[in-house]
Ligand binder design. Structure first.
Ligand code: PLP
Length: 509
């Protein structure tokens, strides 16, 4: 019997040598009782987790991408367009990284570089890296589990300048992306099998996935598409009422602002009502604000943080605010950087969180440094400022113009309606699907919107995520596409041609 690759790796013998040795009987009996790994012997919550952003469509897109490498691939397109994921620097989307961020990162990785390449790095970059190095030392060492204290102080200053209210660095946790913080907080709030968290529908599937993993109950409340995907207090009250009837104890309210997948932005008066609702129902407010810097029409649709609202109202509502380097104009998804700030949290709860993050030792240093560059960009008058301004303005302008032109063209298609998102990186159009299309989907064993999205991928190479991955009202169909793809004319042109052929084939609803 084969002792298994782990045993071969564990020994200092070559596999060939091992084969010629008669194995001791103890080893033989261990190996004959080696447990088989099988799905029914694993944590059942793993199977319940769903994450559509990297689901069936994304997997098929990868297969097609590989096929395109074959000389006679026979596909009706020459490239796969990844419109499924908000990963700005992904190959094909190619949002350039901010030079300042990368220069600081380069000098942090290899401080010698500043001396080896004199004059290459702007003065403010060299000074910034020196300052960070003095605080951090080597990026190869574990940091404080909550994140480098100096960087947390800088985050607190950023929050104070943004909101005009104090922020405590000891209540800030640097994280490996916002996801790590969201999962931790959801885990913490699920105190019994009856605990539930209010989540918007449509939602970013991190929330349902984390709830499934930590055995919490999702309490869905619906966003109002007819009113630009606004958040209605009544719909949350209704959801709470229904939860109570089901014996679910609501522990928290998730708000994604600006929204994913909707791109909607909350106005301050709604935010105030939401804080009051949390007070009334004793809820922890989980404010996912990772898109706070993705504003396409900031004059008419500005961003206000929940920290500012809670502080202004002097509300006792416990609030956790999440931010990330993955979005905005930084787009540094792969560095895994973010933070959360706890407001109105008692010290013993903060200490408990600290204990829990200590188990994973520390967030990645590359991500922590990325956070520092995001919240401390160059200032006017510094050598890096002009380039930083040009790069960030270009990204903002491209996102705003793509979003506007895509929503306009989608709205002109028969059976399609699309809210012109004022923020984030996505559009979430609704598509009417005829009975004939729904029947064809049923015959193929697919949800109607997944059937539509699969056909779109097969015929054009455009990969989107069906609405069923984010949630939608019964009998409605959507898909999410990102506004990150360059070459909008060619891309939307393909989408339009596909949709018109679809309508010709299946008819309108
Ligand atoms: C609303 C929302 N929250 C959190 C995240 C997670 O981001 P991060 O890369 O910081 O983990 C995303 C990623 O797309 C998101 O859309």
């Amino acid at each position: 019997m084969n002792p298994g690759p782990a045993l071969i790796r564990g020994s200092c013998l070559q596999p060939g040598v091992l084969a010629s040795i008669k194995r001791p009987s103890a080893l033989r009996s261990i190996s004959s009782h080696m447990p088989q790994i099988s799905m029914d012997a694993l944590n059942p919550t793993f199977e319940k987790v769903q994450y559509a952003v990297r689901g069936e469509l994304a997997i098929k897109a990868e297969v097609l991408r590989d096929k395109l490498k074959e000389p006679n691939h026979g596909l009706p397109f020459n490239k796969v367009i990844s419109s499924n994921i908000g990963n700005p620097q992904q190959k094909g989307l190619d949002q350039p990284p901010i030079t300042f961020t990368r220069q600081v990162a380069a000098l942090m990785e290899w401080p010698e570089l500043a001396n080896l390449a004199p004059g290459v790095f702007p003065k403010d970059v060299v000074e910034r890296a020196k300052e960070l190095s003095e605080e951090i030392g080597s990026v190869g060492a574990y940091s404080h589990s909550q994140g480098v204290p100096f960087i947390r102080k800088n985050v607190a200053k950023f929050i104070e300048e943004r909101d005009g209210y104090p922020s405590d660095p000891n209540h800030i946790f640097l994280t490996g992306g916002a996801s790590a913080g969201v999962s931790l907080l959801i885990n913490m709030l699920i105190s019994s099998p009856h605990s539930g968290i209010l989540i918007p529908i449509p939602q970013y599937p991190l929330y349902t996935a984390s709830l499934a993993q930590h055995q919490g109950r999702p309490i869905p409340y619906y966003l109002d598409e007819a009113n630009g995907w606004s958040t209605s207090i009544d719909s949350i009250e209704e959801a709470l009422e229904k939860a109570r009837e089901d014996g679910t104890v609501a522990r928290g309210l998730v708000i994604i602002n600006p929204g994913n997948p909707t791109g909607a932005l909350l106005d301050e008066s709604t935010q105030e009502k939401l804080v009051q609702l949390c007070e009334k129902h004793n809820l922890v407010l989980l404010a996912d604000e990772v898109y706070q810097n993705n504003l396409h029409r900031p004059e008419s649709h500005p961003f206000t943080s929940f920290k500012k609202i809670v502080s202004k109202l002097e509300s006792p509502v416990p609030l956790v605010s999440f931010h990330s380097i993955s979005k905005g104009v930084s787009g540094e998804c792969g560095r895994r950087g973010g933070y959360f700030e706890c407001t109105n949290f008692p010290e013993d709860v903060v200490a408990l969180l600290y204990k829990m993050v200590s188990v994973a030792l520390c967030p990645p240093l590359s991500g922590q440094i990325g956070v520092d560059s995001m919240i401390r960009p160059p200032k006017p008058g510094q050598e890096s400022y002009e380039l930083w301004k040009k790069e960030t303005d270009t990204i903002h302008a491209a996102l705003a113009s793509r979003t506007q032109s895509m929503s306009k063209r989608l709205n002109a298609l028969p059976g399609v309606s699309c809210v012109d998102s004022p923020g984030a990186l996505y559009l979430y159009p609704q598509i009417k699907l005829s009975e004939k299309a729904r029947e064809a989907a049923k015959a193929a064993g697919k949800e109607p919107d997944a059937f539509y999205a699969l056909a779109l991928l097969d015929q054009t190479g455009i990969c989107v995520v069906p609405g069923s991955g984010f949630g939608q009202k019964e009998g409605e169909w959507h898909y999410r596409l990102t506004c990150l793809c360059p070459g909008v004319d060619e891309y939307v042109g393909k989408l339009e041609r596909f949709h018109l052929q679809w309508v010709e084939k299946y008819g309108e609803e």
